[in-house]
Design a binder for this molecule. Structure first.
Ligand SMILES: Cc1cc2nc3c(=O)[nH]c(=O)nc-3n(C[C@H](O)[C@H](O)[C@H](O)COP(=O)(O)OP(=O)(O)OC[C@H]3O[C@@H](n4cnc5c(N)ncnc54)[C@H](O)[C@@H]3O)c2cc1C
Length: 461
């Protein structure tokens, strides 16, 4: 469908008169700044509103409602889903305010803050924000999807630490959402992504953690069978003070990738331990003995270095993600993983990761939320670059691995990983009650369906 067929172009050209923020229409300077971090995802909205305040967001939503358009939101584009000409994109990337209250140990951030902003503000004071593996990821996108970070077994799901949201609803109303004021929205915004509105600011607790024991042990790809088998057995007995994942990696020879890891198959065992560092060091011994590491970054590290555990890529890239949640990860599943991504496998995935879940993640928090699938024991995630000859192969191999692991799959998925808008995925991200409640609340707070785009949960039709 062309723009002329889908949207009243004349109406759209009046958008800058109704929104006090910078606006870019297709072809205008700045429009290209809506390109997401995941450059493989087509983000081509009818217009981009570069919001710097909650009012800009509300103005964009009211304009869209009045003209039969939708509104999508993007901070960094790490979790991008396609955006087309039926939507205005609210780009929040400039709303990077971050204030830390040292007395109450609470951070307040704007919609565009990345975890790095919070780490910079909090870590020098011995306070830890519960970020994910990559400090470049947006705080609001991460926390509205629950947030499963490198300490999830020890501290639980990050969104359980949220205190409040400032929200623009689908009618353009501005609300301050807490467990007491608007408890329905407080429930749904933690896990429901942008289904119930656009968050313009939020507050969450910081933990008094200044250091951790951890990092990563890297092994040559030929040692993948020994290390993966050891990791599988070892992971069954770990206390919840220990967090770990293992990744079969084929990292490209690019700046920032350490020479011993570039251009070949390697294995990374990521590890974090809180509290008793001596115990943390002792518990890692079986992995150290599984094979000779080619690189060892494990030690007592300042919390500010939490991003070094996974060492995720920083620069924008084309990316395909697949994920399957498992109830168990036994020796048969190890064989399947090695056949799919081990030595001689012809895998085109950049990373095939198994993350140990469980521990505090499985426990409900004081305030229940729309985040489901807490009971999963492991998450298997594939990340590949769907370009050139691998364009078809990357998703095909990811699907094949998910199929092969099906016998141990919980059937669930996490809202933050492998983002997509299709209804079949939503039915796996949320249980039936949660889906029903989210859709009911969405109808209440967004009766015109302005936010019915991307990963929003709505009744169909
Ligand atoms: C390298 C990498 C590492 C990652 N590591 C982890 C990890 O360890 N744990 C984990 O849980 N996830 C992880 N993720 C997934 C990440 O948390 C999600 O993709 C998250 O949605 C990214 O948020 P963003 O704002 O950066 O991305 P964006 O693409 O800008 O936003 C993604 C989505 O978040 C929602 N959203 C963003 N802003 C708002 C807003 N203001 N109001 C309401 N909804 C909003 C929308 O649904 C939007 O489509 C990782 C992703 C990458 C690429």
């Amino acid at each position: 469908m062309t723009l002329a067929e889908s949207v009243d172009e004349r109406a759209l050209s009046t958008l800058p008169d109704h929104v006090s923020a910078l606006v870019a229409l297709p072809g205008e300077p700045g429009y290209e700044r809506c390109t997401p971090w995941n450059v493989a995802v087509p983000v081509r909205p009818a217009a981009v509103v570069f919001a710097t305040s909650a009012h800009h967001v509300a103005e964009a939503v009211r304009f869209a409602a009045a003209h039969g358009l939708k509104v999508a939101v993007q901070a960094t584009g790490h979790g991008a889903v396609p955006v087309g000409e039926d939507a205005i994109l609210v780009q929040t990337g400039a709303m990077t305010d971050c204030v830390v209250d040292l007395q109450t140990r609470v951070a307040r951030v704007g919609a565009g803050a990345r975890w790095q902003h919070v780490l910079d503000a909090a870590a020098p004071h011995g306070l830890a924000p519960l970020c994910g593996s990559s400090p470049s990821v947006g705080v609001v996108g991460f926390l509205t999807g629950g947030g499963v970070g490198p300490l999830v077994r020890s501290v639980g799901v990050s969104s359980d630490y949220v205190r409040s949201f400032d929200l623009v609803t689908g009618t353009g109303e501005l609300l301050h959402v807490t467990p007491e004021a608007h408890p329905d929205l407080f429930w749904g915004l933690r896990g429901g992504k942008s289904t119930l509105g656009i968050v313009t600011a939020m507050e969450f607790e910081l933990l008094p953690v200044s250091e951790f024991y951890g990092g990563a042990l890297y092994f040559d790809g030929v040692d993948a069978p020994a290390v993966l088998r050891t990791w599988q057995e070892w992971s069954l007995s770990l206390p919840e003070t220990i967090n770990t994942s293992i990744a079969l990696q084929q990292l490209p020879p690019l700046p920032g990738v350490p020479e011993p890891l570039a251009g070949r198959l390697t294995v990374a065992v990521r590890y974090t331990a809180l509290d008793d560092f001596a115990e943390g060091a002792a518990l890692l011994a079986p992995i150290r003995e599984a094979a000779m590491p080619i690189l060892d970054t494990v030690g007592v590290l300042p919390y500010a270095a939490i991003g070094a555990v996974h060492a995720d890529p920083v620069d924008p890239m084309p990316c395909h993600e697949g994920q399957v949640l498992l109830g168990e990860f036994g020796s048969e599943a190890v064989d399947i993983l090695l056949a799919a991504a081990g030595p001689g496998s012809a895998s085109v995935q950049t990373v095939v990761e198994v993350r140990l879940l469980g521990g505090a993640m499985a426990r409900q928090a004081e305030h229940s939320s729309a985040f489901c699938n807490r009971q999963a024991a492991y998450a298997v995630t594939t990340i590949g670059v769907p370009m050139g000859p691998a364009a078809e192969l990357v998703p095909a191999q990811a699907r094949a691995l998910a199929r092969a692991l099906q016998p141990w799959s919980t059937g669930g998925l996490l809202p933050n990983f492998a983002p997509a808008a299709d209804a079949a995925r939503m039915a796996r991200v949320y249980d039936e009650d949660t889906r029903h409640w989210l859709a009911t609340l969405a109808d209440r707070y967004d009766p015109a369906g302005v936010l019915k785009t991307g990963q929003a949960v709505r009744f169909s039709a």
